[in-house]
Design a protein around this ligand. Structure first.
Ligand SMILES: NC(=O)c1ccc[n+]([C@@H]2O[C@H](COP(=O)([O-])OP(=O)(O)OC[C@H]3O[C@@H](n4cnc5c(N)ncnc54)[C@H](O)[C@@H]3O)[C@@H](O)[C@H]2O)c1
Ligand SMILES: [Zn+2]
Length: 363
């Protein structure tokens, strides 16, 4: 028998531009991408109403033809049917491997666009233009994408880095405040896992964030990207350090699932999940700095829940936890806070999970 090794040296680089008046810049950069004269713009009906025409106008000015793909709004459209419709339209309009796909929208559109770009003709250049705060600080950074399957959320997807992430902060002016709050929860998490000064900055800037002071929001997005970038650059394929980005998420996913993804939004569930993680760390004596009240204050200011809804049955929560894809063969792995800006991995054996979890529910 003989063996041979084939080693590849493909390196990926995702350039991120952040500011205002970004649409012009995107058109200029798209033109430079493999001399593209044809691209596709994927968006949804809500975002299209505000931002599709301005983007198309910039592309047209540069002589770039655009295939428009406008989907209905909503998480339920992050589906195989939508993916199939996108691929059909790319095919019908004759896009080739040099034609960029621009995803203009929130996390749903970024995820769908990322997946479609990664598989159509084995890969189109992907440009992400996140328009929700959550997509700006989270979904558009790191190269993960996914669609939901009938069997569960985010079950099919790829790792595929965009060539460009272009963030125009000024689009946040049309984002509903509730959506801004959901994105902010991930930003708070960034502070909690690696930057205490950033957490404190958010805590003292609540009013300016609510008032959508653009320069402050830009500062916040810059800081969050920096933190997410540092975790994902070290662990592109999510095998190690990237797990810390899951602070509040294992608890949060159980809450979301137990409420059938209707009772609680992801952002609300992760906010509660972070409070539960603080409680759990305190109970096992590992919490050196307790910032529960600061977190509770920010969540309350943004109208996010700080107590688990009474109608969510604790046993049902435990059931959903046991289906979490992060579950290990010998128990569960949680990311818990140690101090502001520092987290650690905590394993809980199967026979201890009920006590551990029910105690954490008491926030
Ligand atoms: N790939 C990743 O790493 C990653 C990370 C986190 C979340 N996600 C995914 O992201 C999705 C959630 O993203 P989301 O919270 O942005 O949801 P979303 O895409 O549904 O957007 C939220 C709502 O805001 C609207 N909207 C977006 N931008 C707007 C704007 N500028 N003005 C007015 N309305 C606007 C949307 O139309 C939608 O109604 C989930 O599917 C989640 O799984 C992916
Ligand atoms: Zn999240």
């Amino acid at each position: 028998m003989e063996t041979q090794k084939l080693t590849f040296t493909r390196t990926t680089c995702n350039e991120i531009v952040l500011g205002t008046d970004i649409f012009k810049e995107v058109a200029a950069r798209v033109l430079r991408l493999r001399a593209a004269r044809h691209c596709a713009v994927l968006t949804n009906e809500t975002v299209a109403k505000w931002y599709l025409q301005p983007l198309l106008a910039e592309l047209r000015t540069r002589g770039i033809k655009a295939t428009e793909i406008v989907l209905p709004d909503g998480e339920k459209h992050k589906s195989l049917d939508s993916l199939s419709a996108i691929l059909d339209q790319l095919c019908a309009d004759g896009l080739d491997r040099n034609c960029p796909l621009i995803a203009l929208g929130g996390g749903v559109i970024c995820d769908l666009g990322g997946f479609a770009a990664s598989v159509f003709k084995r890969g189109l250049p992907l440009v992400l233009m996140p328009t929700s705060l959550l997509a700006m600080v989270d979904a558009s950074i790191g190269g993960k994408n996914a669609i939901n399957l009938p069997g569960g959320k985010n079950l099919a997807g790829t790792f595929y880095q965009p060539v460009l992430t272009a963030i125009d902060v000024s689009v946040l002016r049309t984002l509903p405040l509730s959506q801004l709050a959901y994105g902010l929860v991930e930003a708070i998490k960034h502070g909690a896992i690696s930057d205490s000064a950033y957490f404190r900055f958010i805590h003292k800037s609540v009013d300016s964030i609510k008032a959508k002071h653009m320069s402050l929001l830009q500062r916040l997005i810059r800081r969050s990207i920096h933190i997410k970038k540092s975790f994902v650059a070290e662990d592109e394929l999510d095998q190690g350090i990237r797990a810390h980005l899951n602070l509040g998420h294992t608890f949060g996913h159980a809450l979301e699932a137990a409420g059938n993804y209707i009772r609680l939004h992801h952002g609300e569930a992760v906010g509660l999940g972070m409070l539960m993680a603080l409680k759990a760390a305190r109970t096992i004596g590992k919490l050196e700095e307790d910032y529960t009240e600061h977190l509770r204050h920010i969540l309350t200011e943004f109208g996010l829940p700080t107590k688990i809804p009474v109608e969510l049955d604790k046993k049902e929560l435990l059931n959903t936890l046991s289906q979490d894809k992060k579950k290990l063969h010998d128990g569960y792995r949680f990311i818990l806070p140690q101090s502001l800006g520092k987290t650690f991995v905590h394993k809980v054996a199967q026979d201890k999970i009920e006590d551990f979890f029910l105690n954490a529910c008491d926030i």
